[in-house]
Design a protein around this ligand. Sequence first.
Ligand code: PLP
Length: 221
Amino acid sequence: MNSIEQNLERIRKSLPKEITLVAVSKTKPVSDLMAAYNAGQRIFGENKIQEMTQKWEKMPKDISWHMIGHVQTNKVKYMAPYVDTIHAVDSLKLLKEINKQAAKHNRVIKCLLQLKIAKEESKFGLHEVDALDILNSEEVSTFKNVDITGFMGMATFTEDQKQIESEFKKIHLFYKFQKSKNTLLKTLSIGMSGDYKLAIKNGSTMVRIGSSIFGIRNYSY
Ligand SMILES: *Cc1c(COP(=O)(O)O)cnc(C)c1O
């Protein structure tokens, strides 16, 4: 067994089976992704559209590709033919473009609204009220080619577990309340290599794990 296989096995064992694992393969070569694929992994997350598209072209077609990075509206068209889920939707304008491009391919693209939960100013994401404006807008209800299936969040980059946990609890509370009113909502995408166990304890349904599977990245985004 290679180390990617071993890492995957170890992580899978630690995940309750209802939790979806997105293997975050950004910056890693196709050979690494194929090692994970051959160990049974079928969901991969990337944060650059061009890089994801190159990998999609080279890899087996039964993979679900998740875009986890910030998306520029003018690049949506490149992933519209194949992307399964877009995690970081943060505006009505972007959602509208995803709907338009998905329609051209007769597809429905799943979208998560990214909520701002971290303390740092630099993080992308919506405030709860703005997420609700999008979720409940009349215009969005006419979009046939996107499904808003949940929310995504990134905790503050800190060693302070209490801080991270309070951010996860807050987004989980919001998710739970909205889910009680909207049956399409079924995904809460929180948790990365360093904090996924805490995220699962606090209601995550989908974790995005990169370095614990593929090793540290040579450059980071
Ligand atoms: C890179 C990245 C991850 C994975 O990070 P690791 O710490 O390597 O597990 C998860 N989510 C997003 C949005 C990322 O950009």
